[in-house]
Ligand binder design. Structure first.
Ligand code: FES
Length: 358
């Protein structure tokens, strides 16, 4: 940028004798601003010692107060754990309220006790006079390391962490117990039963009738016309207390094709009834409901990530991220003509899991 010493027509400020900044002209491009009135370092305010610095009795009292706060934290954590067991969540909404309220009170006390104790400790007992630490290189030389150890030991000495065993031990106790309610909470999210067993089987078994979703009305083979598709649940599902969990595994799509359109392996010859076939509705990718049936192509489409399954070829994957065919539910009819399952699905439904055979 061109410089002008009269301050007119240029882009930079003019040189001046007044206090403030001065413009220094140079051969280099740019403008150098030289401060001429640096702020004087006012230094530290006078140090006023605290009561705990002057009176050993007050220091002792502050120490006890800090420990009491840490003990309160311990009590809060134990209370939260006890409340979680004493007020289990049931189907009653009141139980959820009680569980959340007491659990929240306990966890609040647990965290608050640690926080207030730490602040009180720092304000009343740790060294409080201000000091300056100048910036220095960050090389980790031996001398620096030794200094770091020295500083650490000094900090330990000044905070009294090693010396004040009552505070240290109560703090350790509080810190150890604070996460305990979280362990119980996360355990509460897991199923009570073995998750592998839980995923391996559904409520379908030999003789279970296929019924309309959601009414639970049994389906006769004669109701299923060519080209139609039904959303199906097992008979008795609606009466179960865990109906939603069971439905998430047992939901089925039922379709009728011309028997000659079906290409089935010899081991599955008896799994359909006169062209009526039943497949799991749970996508083998990540478990969305495969709810779209293309009647013309006989493809099932999962709306989540567009996996497509060809039901004329045992629901093999023809497109998308799913890696396995949809599991088939072997079906037949009972003496009254209602469609029934021959067994459970031939393999676990839904996304891959570690026990499933490739
Ligand atoms: Fe079906 Fe992803 S869940 S394609």
């Amino acid at each position: 940028m061109a410089q002008h010493d009269d301050g007119v027509g240029g882009h930079g400020p003019a040189a001046t004798d007044a206090p403030g900044s001065a413009v220094v002209l140079s051969d280099d491009a740019g403008t150098g601003v030289v401060p001429t009135d640096a702020i004087i370092n006012p230094g530290f305010p006078p140090h006023n010692p605290r009561q705990t610095n002057l009176d050993p009795a007050k220091e002792k009292r502050a120490e006890r107060q800090v420990a009491i706060l840490f003990f309160l934290s311990i009590i809060g954590s134990v209370f939260a754990l006890a409340a979680y067991m004493a007020f289990p969540i049931t189907s009653d909404f009141g139980s959820i309220r009680l569980n959340n309220m007491f659990l929240g009170m306990g966890i609040t006390l647990g965290l608050l006790g640690i926080g207030l104790g730490a602040v009180h400790w720092a304000k009343q007992l740790m060294r409080e006079d201000e000091s300056v630490e100048y910036r220095h290189g960050t090389r980790g030389t031996e001398a620096t390391r030794e200094k770091a150890v020295e500083v650490f030991e000094l900090g330990n000495e000044e905070s009294g962490f090693g010396r004040r065993t009552l505070i240290r031990n109560s703090l350790i106790g509080a810190l150890v117990l604070t996460p305990v309610p979280a362990v119980a909470l996360f355990r509460g999210l897991a199923p009570d039963t073995d998750p592998i067993k839980l995923l391996q089987h559904t409520m379908w078994k030999a003789g279970t009738r296929l019924t309309h979703d959601p009414t639970g009305i049994p389906i006769k083979a004669s109701d299923v016309t060519l080209g139609s598709a039904f959303h199906v649940i097992p008979e008795g599902l609606n009466e179960r207390s865990d109906a939603l969990e069971q439905k998430a595994k047992a939901a089925v799509l039922l379709m009728r094709l011309k028997p000659e359109d079906l290409h089935v392996s010899p081991s599955r010859k008896t799994w359909n009834y006169e062209g009526i076939i039943a497949y799991s509705k749970i996508c083998t990718h990540v478990g969305c409901p495969v709810a779209l049936y293309e009647q013309q192509t006989h493809h099932l489409l999962c709306p989540c990530h567009q996996s497509q399954f060809d039901i004329t070829h045992e629901a093999r994957v023809i497109f998308g991220p799913a890696r396995r065919p949809l599991p088939q539910l072997p079906i037949t009819i009972d003496s009254e003509g209602y469609l029934i399952a021959r067994s459970d699905f031939h393999e676990p439904v839904g996304p891959d899991f570690w026990e499933r055979n490739l």
